[in-house]
Design a protein around this ligand. Sequence first.
Ligand code: NAP
Ligand code: 8YV
Length: 311
Amino acid sequence: MPDLLQIGGITDDMRTRLEERFTIHKVGDDYPADAITHIVTNGHDGVPGPVLEACKNAKVAASYGVGYDAIDTDACVARGVLVTHTPDVLNEEVATTAIMLMLTSYRNFLSDEAHARSGAWERDGNAPLSRSADGRRVGILGLGRIGLAIADKLKAFGTDIHYHTRSAKDVPYTYHANLVDMAAAVDVIICITPGGPATHHLVNADVLNALGAEGTLINVSRGSVVDEAALVSALQDGRLGYAALDVFEEEPKIPDALKSMSNVVLLPHVGSATHETRAAMGNLVVDNLLSHLDTGRVVTPVPECAHLNPA
Ligand code: NAP
Ligand code: 8YV
């Protein structure tokens, strides 16, 4: 059987399917680098440079996740390694996470829940009023597969939808070519672009200032998209009102300042983390690897590697 290198964790279902066709080696163990033809990894661990260099005969690196900013695709292409990812199967889940972050922030459900659970309701009376999430102006930063799913779900809340991307799309939403202009025009920004150098600190102090003292920043993209230091200082100064975050610059570290703020909602990068969606992602990872074994083609190459996938 061909040799597969495992970087990071895989689910039991993935292991069961992969063990039928591959001999699996783990990256921390002593593995036969020259024999490795396939790699399985994820959006956090990527493929470290020394591993890519050692696995000279690798043909495919299949990543468990849609975002692949942790993988050096140029280096992979240079070595003829086809990188795959898991688009589409997680659109609805991540969109739901974004909506839940927005609703939680507006409706103050975390402190309301604590109020009910702690007995404060009986002792001190009703919880404070919160802000309505209905009828808001929301700017989606990145209107791709997941951004479009977010827009669809927002319609249920009577949202006025705006977006910023590098090029305008054929959609019935308000396009802003300039992100600061969009920030000034909306109540909420939801970040859902890819990570990597092209989007690094796209949300900077100017964007946060334009979003303003009543504004809400939601990030379900990558921590690198938001200048975290600028975010902390905007929240501390009251220049930005609220934030709801699933992703951070130095995961799993979250700045203590954010942890101490009651106007901030924090999640540990769980945008796609349900049994159902992770199973679909795992199946697509394995489908890519098995398809390559059986046909020489993969199912979902990343765009940078599409030319390595035979027609
Ligand atoms: P996608 O379909 O490729 O969409 C990306 C969107 O971002 C496009 O609309 C693109 O439009 C826009 N964009 C790219 N670069 C930009 C830039 N420099 N400035 C402004 N807009 C830019 O990607 P997707 O499948 O929706 O996934 C998006 C990202 O979500 C992933 O890459 C991943 O990082 C993140 N994600 C997070 C979680 C989580 O658990 N929190 C889960 C899944 C995905 P233009 O090309 O026209 O600019
Ligand atoms: C996962 C994600 O947390 O798909 C992505 O880009 O961020 C999430 O779905 C992660 O990639 C799992 O490896």
